[in-house]
Design a protein around this ligand. Structure first.
Ligand SMILES: *Cc1c(COP(=O)(O)O)cnc(C)c1O
Length: 360
């Protein structure tokens, strides 16, 4: 079967083995005579699927026992609201603005209280990460918020910064979740929409330290958005995104079978390195992200003019590449090299870039 070179930013590539496995059980799961999509979320069989996904994730990401794993609906953007609703106990929180997604999260949080901007990379056009070293965190900040990988700009905190503050760190890890070993224990809460690196759209994974699961949340917080209610009900307060959770479980299993997070890290570093090496020596293509800030998940670049960029994007489409066009807000190109993108896809992209360059 012909599969394209899929560099989509999200929803994005999934491992072909996972899709095959899902296809094989699509109509008749485990000989039960029904699909996972047709199963009661209260059934023993679905509870097994949910528990299996949680166990695999806890094992893969080495999530400590005092953290709960929730599978929720509403995507990353709903967490922009759920975080302040549930955690902004002082009415104030501190945000690091490293790109479009953290900026959006901060804007959403302003509906629920006061937002301190701890640091911002906006004056650099988000081409590099704002430094978090030695920042003075206001004492009354309920939490510190950070987006680990800014998907649109292609910049990433490969190591989570440590702040001189007792406030818990909240991390949006949507586009780097399970791309390499994770530092869950440095966070009070980490969340990730699945559709970037771990599954289909429709589910967001929230990993929250137990002491942050509070009852005294912002009074208008909808019941389904209360972490306390979702934790008490093991993500089954209402109907969860059953199929998406099942798919995530299959992806977790695939990661386990392919070297775990260290295995993913080696693959992802090799792919990103190949692209950055080419970009750094190219006379035509230029990387957008500065060394030291570069993401291993989303590699952004440009030819220096919108016309040339459009020409290159058209060529990629002709040759069976998908998703190379940059985010509409920033233009240029972006190659999202998530876990399921094979090295050979990156090799093919680099050789197409070389060809384009040679023909100029
Ligand atoms: C895609 C993305 C989001 C938004 O996710 P939705 O599921 O579309 O709401 C938030 N944060 C980051 C880092 C993302 O990449």
């Amino acid at each position: 079967m012909n599969r394209v070179y899929n560099f989509n930013a999200g929803p994005a590539a999934l491992p072909e083995e996972v899709l095959q496995k899902a296809a094989n059980s699509l109509v008749n799961y485990n000989g039960l005579g029904l699909s996972v999509m047709e199963m009661s979320h209260r059934s023993h069989d679905f509870e097994t699927i949910l528990e299996d996904a949680q166990n695999r994730l806890r094992d893969l990401a080495q999530i400590p026992e005092n953290y709960r794993i929730l599978f929720l609906q509403g995507g990353g953007c709903q967490q922009f609201a759920a975080v302040p609703m549930n955690l902004m106990s002082t009415g104030k929180a501190a945000y690091v603005i490293s790109g479009t997604w953290s900026k959006k999260a901060a804007q959403e949080a302003k509906m629920y209280g006061e937002v301190y901007t701890l640091a911002s990379g906006e004056d650099q056009n988000f081409s590099c990460l704002p430094s978090c070293e030695g920042l003075a965190v206001p004492e009354d900040a309920s939490y510190i918020y950070l987006c680990q990988n800014e998907t649109i700009h292609g910049i990433e905190y490969r190591t989570l910064p440590v702040f001189d503050s007792a406030a818990p760190l909240v991390v949006d890890a949507s586009s780097c979740f399970l791309s390499e070993p994770m530092e869950v224990a440095k966070c009070g809460l980490m969340y990730a929409g699945a559709q970037k690196n771990v599954g289909p759209a429709g589910v967001v994974i929230v990993i929250i330290r137990e002491d942050l699961i509070r009852e005294d949340v912002w009074p208008g917080t909808p019941t389904v958005m209360r972490y306390s209610i979702q934790a008490k009900n093991n993500s089954l307060y209402n109907t969860p995104p059953c199929w998406s959770i099942y798919m995530c479980g299959l992806v977790f299993e695939w990661i386990q079978q392919n070297g775990g997070l260290k295995g993913m890290q080696a693959r992802n570093e090799a792919k990103a390195q190949m692209l950055y090496d080419f970009l750094d020596k190219s006379s035509l293509f230029k990387p957008k992200a500065k060394p030291g800030s570069r993401s291993i998940m989303n590699v952004t670049f440009s030819c220096g003019s919108p016309e040339l960029d459009a020409e290159f994007v058209a060529l990629t489409q002709e040759r069976g590449f998908v998703g190379i066009k940059g985010h509409r807000s920033v233009g240029g190109m972006r190659a999202s090299t998530y876990n399921a993108v094979p090295l050979e896809a990156v090799e093919a992209l680099v050789s197409l870039m070389q060809e384009f360059e040679n023909n100029r």
